[in-house]
Design a protein around this ligand. Structure first.
Ligand code: TXA
Ligand code: MG
Length: 424
């Protein structure tokens, strides 16, 4: 049986008692889900291999994917990592507690090798959530915690999501209401004087750039790679692909990393070869907090299949993008009408501004396009709504990959299995 500690509307003294009860479970090596400012995490004692193994078991998660260790105090960090440089310190001062995860050289033996998946580094963060901080502190342990969803499902932003996915598989859930940011933390590693973003999240590139050091984005989130997969998927689905003509020139200053740039360099080229040269975007901060895309480098291909079906709803989802939003909506509606004819249960993921344009079995809004923080907050719940409604065919609009929009698009592209249609 999975216990639910409902903190919402509970007297402070009792809530405190329940947090201690949950913390005791953690100290005893059990798994407990808890809210953070990003998504709910499934926690266990990071120093206990047995405890960490029960996280992987409950989630059905491949064990070669390392976990983030959550701490409540800076003092806990010294046990976990080797002495770190000034940049690491500045990042912690600026963003902790908060949605930034730092990958740092691990102190050997500090956490179970199951946490780091055998790497010499460990990912650490201090969540900006009262309940999480009190729970971690009361447990007296560093807490390993991936998102508290079944592997492949959208991350949980409410305790109900955790219950849906993991009831009966974990010791308990601390219900602290809806999470705030809605998408996971930004994961960075430090390369000397450079901040290298491995996963976009709650802390945006512009926020990182404010520190005045170079920020680079890993090719796993490199929009160019998405463009490549767009082509592959179009070939697969027999739809026409409209490549953008302009590549990003060296040292060109752009206001952000735009999604358009995902489709650079694909004009009529040999599709198979396009898997090889993915560009690495190097983002340099400038005075007015703009960023500069300055380097392109070829890197080895990754297995495309690896990244598919993350966060995915059960139905088939695809993204539709274009410069003209009325054309995008028209495309979506026509395609959904076709799908309906074939007997599909249709869904559309849209923004408030466009919501009245659609006829579908389920229409889910991500808030206003003018406030992408709302999209981040609502995204995972929205994806789960399609499953609840039994949608089998889902079209989704896109948003600019700017600010928090980069994290939203990163998750949307994965949820859609990299299927994207560009409408002229
Ligand atoms: O917001 C969040 O980060 C949430 C909440 C619960 O804190 N947690 C979360 O954990 O998203 P998870 O396990 O779903 O994602 C952890 C990410 C993965 O992309 C993993 O590959 C990366 O962090 N990671 C963990 N340790 C790493 C390491 N040593 N080196 C590189 N990447 C690492
Ligand atoms: Mg996750």
């Amino acid at each position: 049986r999975t216990k639910v500690w409902q903190l919402q509307g509970t007297e402070p003294a009792i809530a405190e008692q329940w947090i201690h009860e949950a913390a005791l479970c953690l100290a005893e090596g059990k798994t407990v889900a808890f809210p953070t400012e990003t998504v709910y995490g499934l926690g266990a004692d990071a120093t206990s291999t047995e405890a960490v193994e029960s996280i992987f078991m409950a989630k059905g998660r491949p064990s070669d994917n390392p976990l983030i260790v959550h701490i409540a105090h800076r003092e806990q960090l010294d046990d976990l990592v080797q002495p770190y440089n000034e940049l690491a310190q500045r990042l912690m001062e600026r963003f902790w507690p908060g949605p930034l995860t730092l990958v740092l050289p691990a102190r050997s033996g500090a956490v179970s090798p199951r946490v780091t998946a055998g790497l010499s580094t460990v990912a650490v963060r201090m969540p900006d959530h009262e309940v999480a901080l009190r729970l971690i502190a009361a447990s007296g342990k560093p807490i390993a915690a991936p998102s508290a969803n079944r592997s492949g499902r959208p991350s949980p932003t409410r305790a109900e999501h955790v219950v849906t996915d993991l009831a009966g598989r974990i010791a308990g859930v601390v219900d602290g209401g809806s999470t705030g940011v809605g998408v996971e933390s930004t994961v960075v590693e430090l390369d000397g004087d450079r901040i290298h973003v491995l996963r976009p999240g709650g802390v945006t590139l512009d926020m990182l750039a404010e520190l005045g050091t170079p920020v680079t984005v890993d090719r796993a989130v490199d929009p160019t790679l998405v463009g490549v997969e767009v082509v592959l998927n179009h070939i697969h689905s027999g739809k026409e692909i409209i490549p953008t003509e302009s590549a990003v020139a060296e040292n060109e200053t752009v206001s952000s990393i735009g999604f358009e740039k995902e489709i650079v360099n694909i004009n009529g080229a040999d599709i198979e070869q396009l898997q090889l040269p993915a560009r690495q975007l190097v983002v340099e901060p400038t005075k007015d907090s703009q960023v500069t895309v300055s380097a392109a480098e070829a890197v080895a291909p990754r297995s495309p299949g690896m990244k598919y079906a993350h966060y995915a709803p059960q139905g088939t989802m695809y993204l539709v993008q274009g410069d003209d939003d009325t054309a995008v909506s028209a495309y979506i509606q026509a395609d959904l009408d076709d799908a309906k004819q074939r007997g599909e249960k249709t869904g559309v993921l849209t923004f408030h501004e466009h919501a009245t344009r659609y006829r579908a079995d389920v229409v889910v809004e991500l808030g206003s396009l003018q406030q992408l923080e709302q999209a981040a907050q609502l995204l995972y719940d929205a994806l789960r709504r399609f499953d609840e409604a039994g949608a089998t065919y889902i079209a989704a609009e896109t948003c600019p990959a700017e600010g928090i929009g980069l994290a939203v698009m990163n998750r949307l592209v994965k949820a859609a299995g990299h299927r994207l249609v560009r409408v002229p």
